[in-house]
Design a protein around this ligand. Structure first.
Ligand code: PLP
Length: 406
């Protein structure tokens, strides 16, 4: 184990200090949503207790404070992912909306009949379906990048799929179902060599390791507040400025316009062109508080801590006869497994009775489950606040599951 002070981190998360079914809560479902530290909860209540107002264009103190908090939050996120400018941070409802925005706006102008969009077999439905929708509209096709036998992307197959008809490559940085960490920089390099743009789904990456969009050299990066200790309902699309400038608005309404008349409407500058309507102001402020909290941790120590917990899961799972559904060469935060002879949902239910929260099913990755030939898995996902006792309780609970079900 590392010197990382996980107990101090746990104390920052009030929700963890509770019993579930009379047992200490073991929260192993952070890939679905992370828990929130007190600083985030306080930032949300502070905003509603003191500052609540609508943002921009108002002549009073509360609106001023709300606007400052909202725009400072944008700057905070920009710094966190090393965006050249805060204007490249577009607030959305989350990863799903960020991807839909790019598909609907960029996809509509960039795709011609016969063009191709590559997505990986590892993708969450939210990085597949938006592309299918725009592909159907534009006469393009969505083509999956296959995996190798360990659950990593098959990079040779990827290279063979790339040609000048590929306009978009959409891949996650970390798979929510297997934890696979994808080699984004080399994926981007090969895509750019044929003129394709790359969208990275960072939903699962952002909480596990530092992300630098300039270093990745991707064209779009999407992530959600709630998967990185922030509130639900808020997320970010980061985009390359030259692309965002040329993209048409995604939704129409207030805020995204410069002037409106019946003879023609002109649109606001970045980022507001893509932010129609009243935004989730508290959410943005809460998300920035979460990012601040995460940024103040020793990220290398967090990574080492989570890696040690994952290694323990893999080792103890093997000893217990659990079947890990894939063994990617580089994985982050996810232990996805089956108990041979038992249905994943039964395993999940009996774990819950012992206070252990996991997720079961297809994890919004049905094409991946079909590829692996399984209906679903049991997924234990790890985060900054999990400790060795959590893993111990999880495996003790699994021993009881085994006795009960087999
Ligand atoms: N992409 C990945 C890899 C995810 O894990 C998720 C959520 O589980 C999403 C996208 C969708 O995120 P959201 O529901 O926050 O929009």
């Amino acid at each position: 184990m590392t010197s990382y002070d996980v107990e101090a981190v746990r104390r920052d998360f009030p929700i963890l200090q509770q019993l579930v079914h009379d047992q200490p809560l073991v929260y192993l479902d952070s890939a679905a949503t992370t828990q929130k530290p007190r600083v985030v909860i306080d930032a949300l209540s502070q905003y509603y207790l003191q500052d609540n107002s609508n943002v921009h264009r108002a002549a009073h103190a509360l609106a001023d404070r709300a606007t400052t908090g909202f725009e400072n939050a944008r700057k905070r996120i920009a710094q966190f992912i090393n965006s050249p400018k805060p204007e490249q941070i577009i607030w959305t409802r989350g990863t799903t909306e960020s991807i839909n925005l790019v598909a609907a706006s960029y996809g509509r102008v960039a795709l011609q009949p016969g063009d191709k969009i590559l997505v990986s077999t590892l993708e969450h439905h939210s990085n597949i379906v938006p592309w299918q929708l725009i592909a159907a509209e534009r006469g393009a096709t969505v083509i999956p990048i296959p995996l190798d036998n360990r659950g990593d992307l098959d990079l040779d197959a990827y290279a063979a799929l790339l040609d000048e008809r590929v306009k978009i490559v959409a891949v996650n940085q970390v798979s929510n179902a297997l934890g696979t960490v994808n080699p984004i920089k080399s994926i981007v390099q090969s895509a750019h060599a044929v003129g394709a743009k790359v969208l990275v789904d960072g939903a699962q990456a952002i909480a596990h390791f530092p992300v630098d969009v300039q270093d990745l050299n991707c064209d779009f990066y999407a992530f959600s507040g709630h998967k990185a200790f922030g509130p639900t309902g808020i997320g970010v699309l980061w985009g390359r400025e030259s692309l965002l400038e040329q993209m048409p608005p995604y939704q129409g309404g207030g805020e995204m316009i410069e002037s409106v008349s019946f003879s023609g409407t002109t649109f606001n500058q970045l980022p507001y062109k893509f932010e129609a309507g009243t935004p989730d102001i508290a959410g943005a402020i809460g998300m920035a508080a979460a990012i601040e909290y995460l940024g103040n941790l020793d990220r290398a120590a967090v990574q080492a801590h989570e890696a040690a917990l994952l290694a323990e899961c893999i080792e103890r799972g093997e000893e217990m006869g659990l079947r890990r559904v894939a063994s990617p060469r580089h994985a982050a935060g996810i232990y996805s497994f089956l108990l041979p002879g038992a249905h994943p949902s039964d395993v999940g239910t009996i774990l819950d009775q012992q206070g252990v929260a996991v997720r079961t099913g297809h994890h919004c990755a049905q094409p991946l489950m079909a590829y692996l030939g399984v209906p679903g898995t049991v997924r234990a996902s790890l985060s900054i606040y999990n400790n060795h006792e959590d893993i111990d309780r999880f495996f003790n609970a699994m021993a009881k599951v085994k006795k009960f079900l087999l």
